[in-house]
Design a protein around this ligand. Structure first.
Ligand SMILES: Cc1cc2nc3c(=O)[nH]c(=O)nc-3n(C[C@H](O)[C@H](O)[C@H](O)COP(=O)(O)OP(=O)(O)OC[C@H]3O[C@@H](n4cnc5c(N)ncnc54)[C@H](O)[C@@H]3O)c2cc1C
Length: 600
């Protein structure tokens, strides 16, 4: 045997150069969260089949967002998925009695009917919208939106991570990586939508201008199963606020027990100090947090997941980089107060989808796309500042209970108990507590910020110097108007004898022209302009003997134009233009308005 083995030359094999494949699509959407899924669904409903990618293997696994507000319900209705979404909803009537307590089994400090269940507030909601609030968790909502998009032709790819994009005058080239094989490929699209959440890579490459403060507080979500019926079924709510030593969620000074499924699946939210760092929480500690919040360490708790998130106050002031658009948490990040995150994200997608479709089909100029940022950036700012501001409304409760800066659980207990004293001071504190609980209304009931967005953009044909001054705070209260830019007014009418809202007869991926019997000439004008521009405009004539009748007189009261006037509603149910009365040249007037809106 030779001492050494002979050296065998291993031949060098050249790795074949494989050109990374390039896929082509009109629109590439990054992310299948509420924003990306809603944008994809709006695109397919408008005749465009986008490619949609998600770096993970499926949609959201944890409940996350849940409050689904009336405007989102209107959008779901228009996109044809409302009934399917409602199959996953907790009924509105079970959402109401938000409770402030020392623990679920402990003393109660106050309750407030919320999400439109207070009769006073319900009136304002009912006048604003045919829809109401529901609780639909994000992990159930996303498959409804995305599933319908995929069913109608969207090309959805999971395990596919977006890495980078470059754009030129005709399109965007994105680099994607399959996370299962590690292989990269390219997608060439006419437009790119970054709906990739709070750590958006797309928004970072687009270098969108961000304002505000990131990472204000740390929060932990513990999803768990436990039958809590005995503590909650008599005061049904989606949120129970637990004021307790050591709990400090999102700067609220409270822990939250959030219903996921009545009454055996829950999400506990518990805060932590970012300066100290993310806590080490194992199953045992998580069970302890739950037991403390419930105030009963004998209940059987099954921990499902533990995750961490941060409270932000960040919004982008511009949402577009030429052929690239960002939406959702990529451009607005805020705490869950007011329940606006997923709602605003869905509404972003609904705003951009029809515009992209019309431009891709050659029916609108590219400038129509600029209206996306003009219209949605102010909304981003409003929701971010509103959600952060309203956190402060919790502080008076904690202050009145004497729990600000207490040094020990004993001191906390003594301060709370002193409210029961028969003294002038304690009496005043009892009154203050009632006011303080009522003062949290701002967190829960905002038909204004939810429904009352009024756009001012190039896709709205109006003289904005004439816009009406709102009578109240449009963040809180809803006010109907048909001044262009507003969401179409909600009036109950009859359609073929059946009661429907005006919102049910507009939208549907087309323009709608509302008028009355003396405005019938608008119908011919709409046909002419529709034919010329290749854009569908449906006329709705409301009046006696017509398919649509104003039997309640609601429409007449709200329309702000003469019976012969016209209200032109865009596919997203926002008013694009109105004529106070019939003119001598309705087709010419309508043509100008449509061209202005479409950027032609
Ligand atoms: C505890 C909690 C409670 C909340 N409650 C509410 C509520 O009641 N109501 C409400 O409206 N909002 C609520 N929110 C906020 C809501 O969850 C978010 O606002 C919402 O998820 C944002 O949607 P999005 O589509 O923009 O982003 P996300 O839901 O974060 O989705 C981002 C998507 O992009 C994908 N992605 C990210 N990066 C890449 C990449 N590089 N390549 C490919 N894919 C990528 C992700 O996988 C995901 O599919 C809550 C949030 C929390 C944490």
């Amino acid at each position: 045997m030779p001492d050494t083995l002979p050296t065998i030359e291993t031949p060098t094999i050249e790795a074949p150069t494989i050109e990374a494949p390039t896929i082509e699509t009109d629109v590439l959407v990054i992310g299948t969260g509420p924003a990306g899924s809603a944008c994809a669904l709006t695109l397919v409903r408008n005749g465009i089949k986008p490619m949609v990618v998600n770096k993970y293997g499926w949609t959201a696994q944890t409940p996350r967002a849940h409050i689904t507000n009336p405007r989102t319900m209107e959008v779901l209705s228009d996109l044809g998925v409302k009934d399917e979404a409602l199959r996953h909803a907790v009924p509105h009537t079970m959402m109401g009695e938000n409770t402030f307590c020392a623990s679920l089994s402990g003393p109660e400090f106050g309750r407030i009917p919320t999400w439109g269940t207070d009769p006073d507030i319900a009136r304002n909601y009912a006048l604003a919208s045919p829809e109401t609030n529901y609780d639909i968790t994000q992990n159930l909502m996303e498959p409804v939106l995305l599933g319908n998009a995929a069913h109608s032709g969207a090309n959805v790819q999971f395990h596919t991570e977006f890495l980078h994009y470059e754009q030129d005058t005709t399109g965007v080239t994105s680099t994607l990586q399959n996370r299962l094989t590690g292989q990269k490929h390219y997608v060439r699209s006419r437009y790119l939508v970054g709906a990739d959440g709070a750590n958006s890579t797309v928004a970072r490459i687009a270098d969108l201008p961000l304002e505000g403060t990131p990472d204000k507080e740390g929060s932990m979500n513990i999803v768990f199963n436990a039958d809590l019926s005995e503590y909650v079924a008599h005061r049904q709510s989606v949120l129970y606020w637990v004021i307790q030593d050591g709990s400090d969620v999102g700067g609220l000074g409270m822990g939250v027990v959030r219903m996921v499924r009545p009454w055996n699946r829950w999400l506990a939210i518990w805060g932590y100090d970012l300066n100290v760092g993310q806590p080490d929480v194992d199953e045992e500690k998580a069970v302890k947090v739950v037991h403390d919040l419930v105030g009963d360490d004998t209940i059987n708790v099954e921990i499902d997941s533990i995750s961490f998130w941060k409270v932000n106050e960040v919004y982008a002031t511009h949402l577009q980089d030429r052929r690239v658009f960002c939406m959702g948490d990529a451009v607005h990040r805020h705490p869950p107060t007011k329940g606006l995150g997923s709602n605003t994200s869905i509404q972003d997608g609904y705003n951009l989808g029809w515009k992209l479709a019309l431009v891709i089909k050659g029916r609108a100029g590219e400038s129509l796309l600029e209206s996306y940022s003009q219209e949605r950036a102010p909304v981003a700012r409003q929701v971010v500042t509103g959600a952060n501001r309203c956190i402060r409304t919790f502080f008076p409760i904690i202050g009145t209970l004497g729990l600000m800066d207490v040094k020990s659980p004993e001191e906390a207990k003594a301060n709370v108990m002193s409210m029961l004293d028969d003294t002038e001071e304690a009496k005043a504190r009892r009154d203050q507590l009632i006011d303080a609980v009522a003062g949290t209304r701002d967190v829960f009931d905002n038909p204004g910020i939810e429904i009352c967005h009024r756009y001012e953009s190039a896709a709205v044909d109006a003289d904005f110097s004439q816009k009406p001054e709102p009578a109240g705070d449009l963040e809180v209260m809803f006010e109907n108007t048909t001044f262009p830019g507003a969401r179409m007014v909600h009036a109950w009418i009859l359609k073929n004898g059946r009661k429907v809202s005006t919102l049910n007869v507009c939208g549907h991926y087309r323009f709608t022209l509302f008028t009355g019997i003396s405005g019938k000439a608008w119908s011919g004008a709409a046909e002419t302009v529709s034919h010329e521009l290749g854009v569908n405009i449906e006329t709705v004539i409301i009046g006696p003997g017509q398919k649509h009748q104003d039997v309640f007189g609601d429409y007449r009261r709200l329309r702000e134009v003469e019976e012969s006037g016209a209200i032109l509603v865009r596919p997203d149910q926002h008013i694009g233009w109105r004529a106070l009365k019939l003119s001598d040249s309705p087709a010419a007037d309508l043509r100008i308005a449509m061209k202005n809106i479409l950027g032609l």
